[in-house]
Design a protein around this ligand. Structure first.
Ligand code: FAD
Ligand code: SIN
Length: 527
């Protein structure tokens, strides 16, 4: 058994900011199922939305966030996070991560923002942040980073001793972790889930392969409430190319004048949102593209950045420019073929701004959490802000005192008669089926019929996967599939519950928005 004061599961912006902000007297272990730098953080292009100019204000940023969130933003949580943007940017600067737009250089504009407030490092913001934070963490004597360590399940007092209270009275004691083929027991005074989103539930996504909703599934299994899982954000512009599927074309390009056009060169946003055009919020732009593709029978549209010219593209958007050149497209000569793709998990485990959850000893931060900041639709570049602020706030409140550990005997992992997975094809096939089900039936535009069909198919996949989970030795591919079955089912059930269209949830059977906004909350065994 391994012991530490704080166990951080995940090494993106949220996890690393939390680890770094903890006092050096605390023994901190950071687990990452992938080598560092890792997660969606590494791929972030646009930047961090934060108020840094006298002409801007936290009230304006809040107003934009509330407008995008379509009636479901928790104003108090949003204000808490937005006003901590400046301290976050200052902390990043102190770690050697100065962002353009904060003091020097120009901030960029993204859809739904009424002000140029996205602070960035060219279009390589996430890469810069991840590398630097990982480097500083590695140099800290109190932080141990363990790569290729896959957290399987939370260890809770109620599971170890049936007489211990379950539900809100329960306590998290740590996690079982798959490390080099063996399941190890990690015990901690405080466990922090920072495992990111679940984009791999969909066939087309901007996320990398590690984004499988593990933390959300783990927390749900342990009895925590999850909120608003029906709201999955689709980024309007991912590169449409057979060999480069996950490559994002940052929204800042549209902020600087790139236009969406169809195969006839028509600027089709005129038909869908003539006022805001390409800079309408993401749900509006993604739906417009989806609808235009369906109406025209085309499988993609184009982002025309030719007017920006080679010099500007190379100097301001080196990441996008190199990426599309690699795919054989010269962006100052020809429009870039693009499609919408699953991008951000707006829902998550119900948590306060400092990550506090309904379970003692467990915090959830970053994309895996639902604080209420995003409501029914996330405003671009508000998520790195949320991840960084939550990491810092979680550390601050953990510093304030770790609750005492109950005297509960903890068992090691029980292997039973499990045998090794011999037919990987079964897992691969189920995963491919799941991603098709989610893309075709729980996508940008939904109907009751498609959602009900998705739920039935997911039930079959979940049943088969659960059987394998109990009979086979744990493997990363099987565990990820199991977690994706859980989060996809949560998304579909939540979508069926919402009898209206709001924000990212667009249901053809109920196209109107209800006058009374409500959260969808699901909890194991209760709903
Ligand atoms: P992540 O950065 O995703 O990190 C999750 C970590 O958890 C990884 O280290 C992973 O290995 C680890 N992990 C997962 N499961 C397990 C497990 N079972 N055991 C152990 N480790 C595990 N947002 C913005 O605000 N601005 C942007 O410009 C922006 N651009 C984006 C561009 C792209 C292409 C993508 C995909 C997202 C973008 N986003 C952007 C969203 C933003 O990057 C993410 O919301 C944010 O980085 C999430 O941070 P996180 O720390 O919560 O999770
Ligand atoms: C982008 O750069 O377009 C992505 C920004 C985000 O997801 O917040």
């Amino acid at each position: 058994m391994r012991r530490c004061d704080v166990l951080v599961i995940g090494s993106g912006m949220a996890g690393l900011m939390c680890a770094l902000s903890l006092p050096e007297k605390m023994k901190v272990t950071v687990l990452s199922k992938t080598p560092l730098p890792a997660g969606s953080t590494y791929h972030a292009q646009g930047g961090i939305a934060a108020v840094s100019s006298e002409e801007d204000s936290v009230e304006m940023h809040l107003a934009d966030t509330v407008r995008a969130g379509a009636g479901l933003v928790d104003r108090n949580a949003a204000m808490e996070i937005i006003k901590r943007g400046k301290p976050l940017i200052d902390a990043l600067k102190s770690y050697g991560i100065p962002l353009a737009g904060a003091g020097s250089g120009t901030a960029v504009l993204e859809g739904g923002h009424s002000f140029r407030r996205v602070l960035h490092y060219y279009d390589r913001t996430g890469r810069f942040i991840s590398r630097r934070l990982a480097q500083i963490c590695r140099a800290r004597g109190n932080i141990t980073i363990i790569e290729r360590a896959f957290a399987i399940n939370l260890i809770t007092a109620s599971r170890m001793a049936p007489e211990a209270a379950s539900g809100p009275g329960d306590r998290c004691l740590g996690a079982y972790v798959l490390l080099e083929g063996v399941v190890e027991t990690f015990l901690a005074g405080e466990t922090v889930i920072a495992t990111g989103g679940a984009g791999k539930a969909y066939r087309y996504t901007s996320n990398d392969d590690s984004t499988t909703g593990d933390g959300i599934a783990m927390a749900y299994r342990a009895g925590l409430p999850v909120r608003n899982m029906e709201f999955y954000q689709f980024h309007p512009t991912c590169l449409f190319h057979p060999d480069y599927r996950n490559f994002l074309i940052t929204e800042s390009l549209r902020g600087d004048g790139a236009r969406l056009v169809d195969h006839e060169g028509r600027r089709f946003m005129e038909m869908y949102d003539p006022e805001r055009m390409e800079l309408a919020p993401r749900d509006v732009v993604a739906r417009a593209i989806d609808s235009h593709m369906k109406n025209s029978g085309m499988d993609h549209v184009y982002l025309d950045a030719t007017a920006l010219g080679e010099d500007f593209l190379r100097s301001h958007f080196p990441e996008v420019t190199c990426g599309v050149l690699r795919a054989g497209i010269v962006p100052w000569e020809t429009p870039i073929p693009v499609v919408p793709a699953a991008h951000y998990c707006v829902g998550g485990v119900v948590a306060e701004v400092d990550g506090t959850t309904a379970m003692k000893g467990l915090r959830v931060i970053g994309e895996a959490a639902s604080t209420g900041l995003h409501g029914a639709n996330r405003l671009g570049s508000n998520s790195l802000l949320e991840a960084g602020v939550m990491g810092m706030e979680a550390a601050k409140s953990i510093h304030g005192g770790i609750a005492g550990q109950p005297e509960v005997p903890v068992r090691g992992w029980f292997y039973g008669r499990a045998r090794p997975l011999q037919e990987s094809v079964l897992v691969d096939h189920s995963w491919a089926s799941l991603r098709s089900v989610m893309w075709d039936y729980v996508g940008i535009v939904r109907t009751d019929k498609r959602l009900r069909r998705a739920l039935r198919l997911l039930e079959v996949l979940s049943e088969e996967t659960e059987e394998d989970y109990w009979n086979l030795l744990p493997s990363v591919e099987l565990l990820e599939l199991r977690n994706l079955c859980t989060v996809s089912t949560l998304m579909t059930k939540s979508a069926l519950r919402r009898r209206e269209s709001r924000g990212l949830h667009y249901l053809l059977d109920c196209p109107d928005t209800s006058p009374t906004p409500r959260d969808t909350v699901l909890r194991k065994g209760i709903s």
